[in-house]
Design a protein around this ligand. Structure first.
Ligand SMILES: Nc1ncnc2c1ncn2[C@@H]1O[C@H](COP(=O)(O)OP(=O)(O)OP(=O)(O)O)[C@@H](O)[C@H]1O
Length: 269
């Protein structure tokens, strides 16, 4: 094992240490510490406005955290002293990012969108001209087959259903060679059947490929069903970090308040 792999093992694929984020006078994150190991699948839950997206955006360097905190990705510091470091680019190349709104280029075909995952490996001009190496093309088709949307490879992304687009986004992360996945509300815009398929795919990347997964979810039932470990934020503070089985009635009332059942999509506990 090389030294960076050893470091990732000790600190996790993501290590968040005493992270706060203040917007004006409002503290969106307040002293959050969290470490996710490479093989884990962790749900990040909490009421609307509790800081889930801000935490994910901080990990990818899209939000500069307050001084005093530190964030490491695969053992490399990406934020410290209120600044992102040069290592953030390498971190982004290792993290597959999945968003609620899919983030595909609508006028490009699904295949071209998936090929964009390979952009980090070839010069941008070659990518823009569609001069993809055969190896990457083969990889992209294999990824599309794997997530079950190969039949739509030639179709423009903006003509696909939300579920098909989200599976395309997962295929793009596979082609990128991502070592871990950060997913921000990946199923919030999907119907329950498509949502289950997307969650099952994330589980498969976790169990079959050993990718770490950190996924924010509005639906508590999905967090319980698909993730062993759940982390909950409330008012920017980490209020729970433990097994999904520990989310009993009292804990859920503590996190979401007496209306906690609104945070369930399908089944209630
Ligand atoms: N750029 C910004 N400027 C000012 N306030 C912000 C900014 N980004 C986030 N916030 C505030 O920080 C808080 C946390 O927002 P965040 O989007 O992280 O919450 P969330 O838990 O992801 O919510 P949701 O579940 O509704 O997506 C909110 O009160 C939000 O208004």
């Amino acid at each position: 094992m090389n030294s960076s792999a050893a470091s990732a093992e000790s600190t996790g694929f993501v290590s968040v240490q005493d992270v706060s984020k203040t917007f004006g006078v409002f503290k969106a994150l307040d002293g959050v510490s969290l470490s996710v190991q490479p093989g884990e699948m962790v749900a990040l839950i909490g009421p609307s406005g509790s800081g889930k997206s801000t935490l994910l955006r901080s990990i990818t360097g899209l939000v500069d955290i307050d001084r005093g905190g530190r964030i490491e990705v695969f053992g490399e510091t990406v934020q410290v002293n209120g600044r992102t470091t040069a290592a953030v680019r390498r971190a982004r190349s290792r993290l597959g990012m999945i968003f609620q709104q899919f983030n595909l280029v609508g006028r490009l075909s699904l295949f071209s969108n998936v090929m964009l995952g390979a952009l980090g490996r070839i010069p941008a001009w070659k990518g823009l001209l569609g001069l993809w190496p055969q190896e990457d093309r083969t990889r992209a088709m294999a990824a599309l087959h794997r997530v079950g949307v190969a039949d739509y490879a030639a179709q423009r992304a903006n003509t696909l259903s939300g579920g098909q687009q989200q599976r395309g986004a997962i295929a793009r992360a596979i082609v990128q060679g991502a070592r871990a996945i950060l997913a921000d509300e990946p199923v919030a815009s999907l119907d329950p059947v498509s949502a289950r398929k997307v969650m099952e795919m994330l589980v498969e990347l976790n169990t079959r490929d050993g990718m770490g997964v950190l996924v924010t979810l509005h639906q508590v039932d999905y967090a319980i069903r698909y993730c062993n470990r759940v982390v909950a934020l409330k008012g920017g503070k980490l209020v729970y970090d433990g097994p999904a089985t520990g989310l009993d009635h009292d804990r859920l009332v503590d996190i979401y308040g007496p209306e906690f059942e609104d945070a369930f999509w399908e089944a209630k506990v």
